[in-house]
Each structure stands twice: as C-alpha cells, then as structure tokens.
Design a protein around this ligand. Structure first.
Ligand SMILES: *[C@@H]1O[C@H](CO)[C@@H](O)[C@H](O)[C@H]1NC(C)=O
Ligand SMILES: *[C@@H]1O[C@H](CO)[C@@H](O)[C@H](O)[C@H]1NC(C)=O
Ligand SMILES: *[C@@H]1O[C@H](CO)[C@@H](O)[C@H](O)[C@H]1NC(C)=O
Ligand SMILES: *[C@@H]1O[C@H](CO)[C@@H](O)[C@H](O)[C@H]1NC(C)=O
Ligand SMILES: *[C@@H]1O[C@H](CO)[C@@H](O)[C@H](O)[C@H]1NC(C)=O
Ligand SMILES: *[C@@H]1O[C@H](CO)[C@@H](O)[C@H](O)[C@H]1NC(C)=O
Length: 656
C-alpha cells in the first residue's frame, strides 16, 4: 500500500535522523545540553557558610528571570556574591525558566569556588567579585567542538574547494554582524549551516563587539566538526549543521541546501543525507505540528469536558473576585492561591500557575486527571482545572485552618497545639506522604517541597499536604527539572541540593526536618553559624538528653515519654546518606506500631556542606567530566559502609 510504504520510509528517515543527530523538534525545547561548566579560582572564605548565600543568590536570579531573559544580582554577605544569568533571546519564557532551573541544578558542583555554566539555551555565572559583569573575554574562554567531521567539496575551475568551511565562515561572519547590528542577538541559516550569537545584557556594545569578534574567530577552530560553540566570558556563539534555534530570530534565509552544487561528498558523518533529511523533517514537523496541536487541543478538550474536571475560566475569575488581593491565601512555588466561592456556594482554593501549560496541555490534563483520583484524608484534594483561559488554573478543596507554619512558629498560636495534636499532625503527614510514594495505589509521586507551609490544617487540626504532583507535567522527559529551584533551603536533602538527585528519600529528609520543627517548635533556619535545629537536636541526642529539645509549650508527662521517640524518627529521616533513611511506609510503622523496633540514627544530618567540601580539588579550572568523576567518588563513599558513617560523625563534631 502506497500510504504505509510512505510511512515506513518516513519512519526510517526519522529514525536515521534521530540516531545520527539526536535531533528532536526545535520547538519548545529549553536546550539544556551542557556545553561547558567551569569552576573558577576565587572561593568563599574559609569557615564561612556559603551554602545559604549561594541559594539566596540563585533564588534572586530566579525571581529576576521569571519575566525576563536576563538577571543579575549582588548579594550582600560577609563576602559579597555576584550572579548573572542570561537566556538566549529566541528561547520562550517558559523554556528560559526550565533552562535556568537546569543550570542552577548543575552549577553547585563547583562550590565553594566560583563557577560559570553554558547550556545551549542559557548561561549562568556567580563569583565573589563583580568585575565579570563587564567582562567580554577572559583567559579561560574556550571552544567546544564536535568530533563529527564534515567535508563537502565542490569543483570550481577544476579546483576542489571545501564548501563546508566556506559556508561555516560565511554563516559565522554573518551572524556576528547581524547580532552587532541588532544589539546583542542574532541567528542565521544559510546553505545548511545554522548559527546563533548572543552577548550578555550586562556588556557594553563595545564589549559585545570585542567578545563576538573573538568568538567568531575561535569557533572556526572547530571546523571541520559539524558543530562548534565558542564559550566566552561575555558571549556565546554556535554553529551547527542542524537548525537548533527557534523561529522568530533573524533568519537571513532558510531554504536549506542547494543540492545541485555539491559534486562530491566525503564525510565522516554522511552529512549530506542528514542535511537533506533535516530540511525535509523540519518542513514536515512545521506543517504537521500545527495540525497536531489543533487536533490535540480539540481532543483533549473533549476528554476534559467528559471528565467532570473542567472549570470555566470566567467562573473561576468571578469566584475569586477577579483574583482580588483580599482573596489571596498564599504564594507557592508554582503560583499564587486564591479563595474562591463557586456559584453553588462551595468554597474552593484556586491556584494560578506561573507556567503557561499550553505546551503541555496533554500532559497537564493527564496529570490533573491522575492527581484528582488520588484520595487520602491527609492530602488536599484536586477538584479540577481550567486549561483554556489565558492562564492555567487549578481548583483544590479549601482547607480552612491555614498552614502549620502559622501555628508552630508563632509564639501565641503555638500554644494552641498540644502534644497530642502535634503527634496527630506528624502521623497524618507521614501517612499522606506514604500514600503519595505509592502506598495504596500504583502512582508514585515525589512531593519535592515538603515543609510546614505546605501542610494545611482542617477544622479538626488534621494535616493535609498541599501542592503535590503538578510539577511532573511541567517536566516530563526533562527528568528532575522544574522545582529544583522551588525546593526550600533548610528542608532540601543534601543530594538533591547539590546534585539535583531526586528520589522519595528527598521527601523523607524534608519530612524529618518537619518533625523536628514540630516537636521543638523552632524553625530550622537553614545553616546559620549558630547551629541549625538539626545540629542542636543531634547534639542533644548524642548526649542522651533528647527530651531537652522539646518545645516548652508542650512539655508534660506524655510528651516527655513519647516526644524523644518521635525526635529519633526525625533524626533517622535526616541522615545524610540516602540509603540510611527509612521509607515513608516504615516511618508510619515506627510512629503507629508500638512493637516496631525503631532503628538508631547513626549519621548526623547534612552539615555545613561537608558533602560539597569533599568535592573540592586543587585544580583551578576543570571540565565538567572531571568534576563529575569527583562527585561520583563522593556518591560512592556517601552511601555505604561504616567507615563513612564514622567519618561523617567526626566531620559533624568538627563543624559543631
Ligand atoms: C561539549 O558539548 C557537548 C554537547 O554537545 C557536551 O556533551 C560535552 O560535555 C561538552 N564538553 C565539555 C568539555 O563540556
Ligand atoms: C582554606 O583552607 C584550606 C585547608 O583547609 C587551605 O588549603 C586553603 O588555602 C584555605 N583558603 C583560604 C582562602 O584561606
Ligand atoms: C551590606 O552589609 C553591611 C554590613 O552587614 C552594611 O554595612 C552595608 O550597608 C550593606 N550594604 C548594602 C548595600 O545593603
Ligand atoms: C576530524 O578532523 C580533525 C582535524 O582535521 C582531525 O584531527 C580529527 O581526527 C578528525 N576526526 C575524525 C573523527 O575523523
Ligand atoms: C554576510 O557575509 C558576507 C561575506 O562575509 C557579506 O558580504 C554580507 O554582506 C553579509 N551579510 C550580512 C547580512 O551581514
Ligand atoms: C580571544 O581572547 C582571548 C583572551 O583575551 C585570547 O587569548 C584569544 O587569543 C582571543 N582569540 C582570538 C581568536 O582572537
């Protein structure tokens, strides 16, 4: 059959294309491939606690870039820290955020030293002096070249001319002049060569010129590689045989290659075929994507109608009094929450998402559908969503008694929660989390941001966990992207904070912190020099006086007996190594089953970035893979054997 024959050929082409180039559609791609991570020489002062400073700097940059493509910040700390981030101009805002999130997850590998990271969609740098805002070129600038060689010869007057090199020089030269003419950014696609140039916005026009001219010279060293990137202090320039940037940039011309002129092809990577296919593929995807989008939206929308989860945007707007400030209940990582009163009188909480989910409509619907089916007495119920209005909204059950942090960290209100109620909240939260982690259903969800403000209390002061699940659809296939930046310092597990490594055990860690906070009535103020709450409790535990840690408001006969047991569970959950932490199901058993033998916590919580410190090397500049290797070593040592345990305990007492 003609049709299936066509399809087969098509799929073979696509397969060939994908396997040879690892191409995906260039649309809606945050371009998070790592082009280079470089650790600098300057570093935090010895003995200072740089992790909170770093995290705050990154948070400020994240805020700055939330509706912009550039952000810079100066953090006033004992040793001031400076940061700068730039998304390339063709990236959509959402992709920009995702790209930043990825860069932010990878860059801490260099801590406590300064660092810069180039992804294919954005740049991020921090340092301890501010000279770099204006820096155009520096001695560590480098190129990252592909080793796939391309050669395309053409006969001109009986002489062989290397067409590929001519084309690259032309494209690179042109993209430089286009970027300089337009300000800071330009793209060009000529004769099958695509290029993009971007200067950081902190640079003066003169600095930009200097940087791009330098970059356009150095990137030529990559020929005959089919891909080259110049990674300079003030700019990024890339050429490639495939189109990697988004439309809307200044494309001089885009009609691909002129087949007639290529007479001989000698290529390490069958460049010609891939070029022809890319052209065909790009045209195909352009046409079919639009069609598919329309069809998809219609289909989803029908499915959504039927599901009973659909809310009309206009109705929610009215229900929340047009998102009036007086109705605002709070602000979370993914958006702000408003109280709404539906026409039938029912009170709900409406969350207004910062991300536009249009690109993920399909995933979003599936996610909403899935989460709405998760029902547990300790989880806030998702009632539905609106996906067709100008922004995406989620509708949740309304939980009247505010969040836990407004009770236990408040001098007056904390007295309202006695020991029995607090224990009930702890057990409820544990059960809710165990359910999310897969107990009772086949769905496994990692919350990623367990903290007091995400635990709501109902009329009877039962715990209800809010804000779970959603993040996944913002990042399907992009693994751990997304709320890496939304996690809250002080609650974030060390492996997650440093390496972006995410598992259920990261939630277990956060839960452990929550337990200590509830029992002690104190906030774990990240890693202050005075010693964090984790630190204090651990010390009391080692001296066998754990009862001293209990919040004075709740000290009575009952709590003196039970609370130390619960604190031990908290300490078990906050052990630095992932393997030593129990699962949530085990935690529930420890808390509810009197006969259950609670193991002894052996390892102190994450302290003062010991894990990071161990990653230091004496090398001043290192490549990504070097650091990655070093990290692998720590990973190995951090997760096994008794020797590690004792070593970390020693580290712990040293930092005390
Ligand atoms: C160069 O770029 C590639 C992506 O094309 C990346 O995999 C590689 O790690 C980069 N090299 C260095 C030294 O960072
Ligand atoms: C910090 O301490 C290490 C050894 O612990 C030492 O090698 C290094 O030079 C010190 N750095 C500074 C800036 O004092
Ligand atoms: C930075 O901190 C120092 C001391 O903490 C203070 O004197 C100074 O005014 C601060 N500067 C700014 C710009 O906030
Ligand atoms: C590509 O070309 C460079 C320079 O001409 C050469 O050093 C390298 O070995 C070639 N690589 C391959 C895979 O042929
Ligand atoms: C592109 O480059 C060629 C030669 O390098 C030059 O003649 C031409 O004017 C350039 N075009 C643009 C738009 O800069
Ligand atoms: C780019 O600038 C760096 C730093 O000044 C310099 O070492 C390098 O030679 C320059 N490259 C070119 C191609 O001009």
């Amino acid at each position: 059959m003609e049709f299936s024959a066509f399809k087969q050929t098509y799929w073979r082409w696509v397969f060939l294309l994908i396997s040879s180039l690892l191409v995906s559609s260039t649309l809606g791609d945050p371009r998070i491939t790592n082009a280079g991570l470089f650790c600098g020489v300057s570093q935090a002062l010895n003995g200072t606690n740089y992790v909170p400073d770093f995290t705050e700097l990154m948070k400020e940059l994240s805020d700055g870039i939330s509706n912009n493509h550039f952000a810079s910040y100066r953090l006033n700390a004992s040793l001031p820290m400076y940061g700068l981030t730039q998304c390339y101009e063709d990236l959509k805002q959402t992709d920009c955020l995702l790209c930043y999130a990825e860069a932010r997850t990878r860059i801490p590998r260099c801590l406590p030293r300064s660092a810069r990271i180039f992804l294919d969609g954005c740049f991020l740098r921090y340092d301890y002096d501010n000279n770099f805002f204006q820096e155009a070129v520096s001695s560590v600038d480098t190129v990252n070249c592909s080793t796939n060689n391309v050669t395309m010869y053409r006969e001109v007057n009986n002489r062989r001319v290397n067409l590929f090199e001519t084309n690259v020089e032309y494209a690179v030269g042109n993209v430089t002049s286009i970027a300089l003419r337009k300000g800071r950014f330009g793209t060009v696609g000529v004769d099958g060569i695509y290029a993009l140039a971007q200067c950081w916005e902190s640079l003066t026009p003169e600095g930009c010129r200097q940087c791009l001219q330098n970059a356009s010279m150095s990137v030529r060293r990559c020929m005959p590689g089919d891909e080259g990137r110049a990674l300079n202090a003030g700019c990024y320039l890339r050429y490639s045989t495939r189109k990697f940037y988004n439309e809307g940039g200044d494309s001089a011309d885009d009609h691909g290659i002129s087949i007639g002129v290529i007479i001989a092809i000698v290529s390490a990577t069958s460049a010609f075929l891939t070029l022809a296919i890319s052209a065909a593929y790009i045209i195909y995807t352009k046409v079919s994507k639009r069609k598919r989008e329309l069809k998809n939206l219609g289909r989803i929308s029908k499915k959504f109608d039927k599901s009973g989860l659909k809310f009309k945007y206009e109705n929610l707007e009215k229900a929340t009094d047009y998102f009036s400030l007086s109705r605002k209940l709070g602000q979370g990582g993914a958006g702000s929450v408003f109280m709404g009163i539906l026409p039938d009188g029912k009170t709900v909480a409406v969350k207004r998402l910062v991300y536009n989910t249009r690109q993920w409509v399909d995933d979003f619907f599936n996610e909403v559908n899935l989460i709405s089916r998760i029902q547990h007495k300790n989880l806030v119920k998702l009632l539905g969503a609106s996906i067709e209005g100008p922004e995406s909204l989620l509708v949740y059950e309304y939980v009247p008694n505010k969040s836990l942090d407004q009770f236990i960290f408040d001098e007056e209100k904390s007295k309202l929660l006695n020991w029995k109620q607090r224990l009930n909240i702890i057990v409820g939260t544990a059960e809710g989390l165990a359910h999310l982690h897969g107990g009772g259903s086949h769905v496994r969800i990692i919350h990623r941001d367990i903290k007091c403000s995400n635990v709501l209390l109902d009329d009877n002061l039962n715990a209800k966990i809010a804000d779970f699940g959603l993040v996944r659809c913002l990042a399907t296939e992009k693994s751990h992207l997304s709320t890496g930046i939304a996690g809250t310092l002080g609650y974030m597990a060390p492996e997650y904070l440093v390496r972006g490594q995410l598992s259920e055990k990261a939630d277990v860690y956060s839960f452990g912190v929550l337990v200590l906070e509830i029992v002690c009535g104190k906030k774990n103020s990240s890693f202050t020099t005075a010693g964090s709450l984790l630190q204090t409790v651990w010390t009391l535990y080692r001296s066998n006086v754990l009862a001293e840690a209990i919040d004075p408001c709740i000290r009575d006969e009952m709590s003196e007996k039970e609370a130390p047991e619960v604190l031990r569970v908290g300490l078990l959950c906050t052990q630095a190594s992932v393997l030593l932490r129990p699962s949530m199901a085990e935690v529930v058993q420890m808390l509810t089953d009197e006969d259950y033998e609670t193991p002894t916590p052996n390892q102190p919580p994450f302290l003062n970035a010991n894990v990071l410190e161990a990653a230091n090397s004496s090398r001043s500049y290192s490549t990504d893979s070097f650091v990655a290797n070093a990290l692998k070593k720590i990973q190995g040592s951090g997760t096994s054997s008794d020797t590690t345990r004792t070593r970390s305990s020693e580290d712990a007492s040293r930092t005390l």
